[in-house]
Design a protein around this ligand. Sequence first.
Ligand SMILES: [Zn+2]
Length: 276
Amino acid sequence: MSEKALALVVRAIDWSETSRIATLWTRELGKVRALAKGGRRLGSNFESALDLLTVCRIVLLRKSSGSLDLLTEAQVVERFPRLRIDLAAFYAGCYIAELLADWTEDDDPHPKIFDEACAALRVLGDPPRATGLRLARFELVLLEELGYRPVFDRCAVCAAGVADNAAAAFSPSVGGMVCAKCRPGRRDSRPLGPNTRRAFQALAESDDAWRRDWPLAVQKELRLLLGEYVTYVRGRRPRLLGYVEKLSLPGHRGTPADSGGGDREPPSGQREDQAR
Ligand SMILES: [Zn+2]
């Protein structure tokens, strides 16, 4: 049976001299894996539609379970040009692709995840300092859709409310915030500042809170806690998480020359964490 879908290419590997195997995250069918015969040949039906992080309209011949679907057509609908000039945005895009390729089930559609991934890929890198925050918004939508939304509006252990400025911590294994009373003995917990808690809530609830000028210290704490949570829920650390964590370090400004140097000290007078 042949089916049409709108697909984001989240992985593509060469297979045999002329073919490729693509992992496609589609809006209609969820994740599918398909063989593109002739996909490596110039002028084939696929042209460059199977490049990583390209959105294309596909026609798919579904196979019985256990074998690869056959891709019969793929036409480019959208590319994300900024990912080719901004290395940090490119790594963030690859991280999105990694999460979608490795962390979601086949044939389990979530149109909201597809739309959110495309929305993120469209704006990553604009402005460069918001790349980590935009990515966090995507991760929070993904977590929610997969049933792992972290709890920030109460203690995830005793369900008591936590006052805005009261001490709190975040524990991946309990799935969110823990109050001061419940924290002892939670060895994976880390302090959760009131502003970081506010940022988490705003990012989870609104699709433009990432544009706000959150202090750099908040961005760093948020990336650290979110990275640990994603790692815990997924059962292993995503390969690209190290690059992603550098996005909110001082000195990072998202240009190719800068992106490898997240460890460097920023030039004096340019510290962004004074933007409070
Ligand atoms: Zn508690």
